[in-house]
Design a protein around this ligand. Structure first.
Ligand code: 6MZ
Ligand code: ZN
Length: 360
């Protein structure tokens, strides 16, 4: 029974051995069952149970309920020690799943930890430094994965916090020698408006930070999506309701196509969060058929009880992709990473080295 929580299923060996690129992973949504166990035992007074932090097999929640889950996880992850452990565990888990390049994203948070040791206080700068420390530690331990970091703007927090986050990202881009590569715009899509965040996002773009924006994750955001597409962003998260068949518009699709903006697609996240009714109706099909750049991602592997191997296998079984097509899908994702060309070349070589073992 314990293992039911661990993972819905385990992917077949082909998908586990497939070298993969993960471009859409929220740190606190990626916390595994095992790590949650450790956090719960550190904080028994919170009375948090597993059912509150993950959505298991066959279960679904509204998107709104998903955002309640993040609040619970944030309660469990509120000290420097927690953040360091969570980031380290998440990186090692992605590596164990065959991910060779990972862009982690996380919202810098400040936690007062009132009543506890003053040393436990954490500010946004310390938060970012701690994630970077975890990335560097994994690297020095020889974990076989290249990890980059995107600072996330929670749309709920408005103009000023967004600008503050951009400045922080700018600072860290320079001081970490390119480990911080860009920004993410995320958070409850029903709260706040993209227009308030445009100046901050524009500034980010101007100073060389890359942008990955959650766009049209829920219906009826045509105006906001249009505004944000004019930036344009370097990648799009979800884009579930961009195309006309689901209430989007052809002009939005045209903007995405003309700017050749890759989509980060997260099948289980959308099905469990109920913005997509079933796997076969996922918009992966629409964009993939068109030959548009699509990258399979997990979004929140902990909360949605999945991993990247499973997501590739689900895409393949749902849409009838051959092993060759799946290989191509994972290989093409290299072109859409935010790290520089030298990194892309290294990854492409890795794929070339691994290919013969997988197609013998
Ligand atoms: C399910 N679809 C989604 N849509 C929008 N934002 C999401 C999300 N899933 C996660 N996040 C964003 O990531 C945060 C948790 O990780 P971090 O604390 O930043 O590491 C959430 O609070 C939310 O802002
Ligand atoms: Zn997301």
């Amino acid at each position: 029974a314990l293992f039911n929580f661990v993972m819905d299923n385990e992917a077949d060996v082909f998908y586990r051995e497939l070298p993969k690129v993960e471009l859409h992973a929220h740190l606190n949504g990626s916390v595994s069952f095992q790590t949650i166990e450790k956090l719960i035992s550190r904080k028994p007074h919170l009375n948090i149970e597993h059912g509150m932090t993950a959505i298991g097999k066959g279960q679904r929640r509204t998107l709104d309920e998903c955002f309640q889950v993040f609040k619970v996880i944030h309660q469990l992850v509120d000290t420097e020690e927690d953040i360091l452990m969570v980031a380290t565990d998440v990186i090692k888990e992605f590596a164990a799943d065959g991910v060779k390049y990972l862009e982690l994203r996380s919202t810098p948070r400040e936690e007062e930890n009132t009543g506890k040791d003053v040393n436990m206080e954490i500010d946004k700068k310390k938060y970012v430094e701690t994630v970077i420390k975890a990335i560097r530690q994994c690297k020095s331990e020889g974990v076989d994965i290249d990890v980059r970091f995107l600072l996330a703007i929670d749309r709920r927090n408005g103009t000023e916090v967004a600008m503050e986050t951009v400045k922080l990202a700018e600072e860290f881009m320079l001081s970490t020698d390119g480990l911080v590569v860009g920004l993410d715009l995320s958070g409850d899509p029903t709260v706040g408006h993209g227009k308030d965040l445009l100046p901050a996002l524009q500034r980010a773009k101007n100073c060389g930070l890359k942008l990955s924006l959650h766009l049209s994750e829920v219906p009826s955001q045509l105006e906001e999506s249009d505004l944000l597409l004019n930036l344009p962003p370097d990648r799009i998260g979800h884009g579930t309701f961009l195309h006309p068949e689901v209430g989007g518009s052809q002009s939005l699709v045209d903007k995405v196509v003309q700017n050749n903006i890759p989509l980060e697609l997260c099948l289980t996240s959308n099905v469990k969060g109920q913005t997509v009714s079933c796997y076969s109706k996922h918009h992966f099909n629409y964009w993939y058929q068109m030959g548009h750049p699509c990258v399979i991602c997990t979004d929140d592997k902990g909360v949605f009880s999945t991993d990247l191997s499973q997501e590739y296998q689900l895409a393949a079984s749902t849409f009838g992709l051959s092993h060759e097509a799946v290989w191509k899908l994972s290989q093409q994702a290299i072109d859409y990473i935010f790290a520089p060309d030298t990194v892309k070349q290294q990854l492409k070589q890795k794929w070339i080295d691994i290919q013969p073992q997988m197609f013998k």
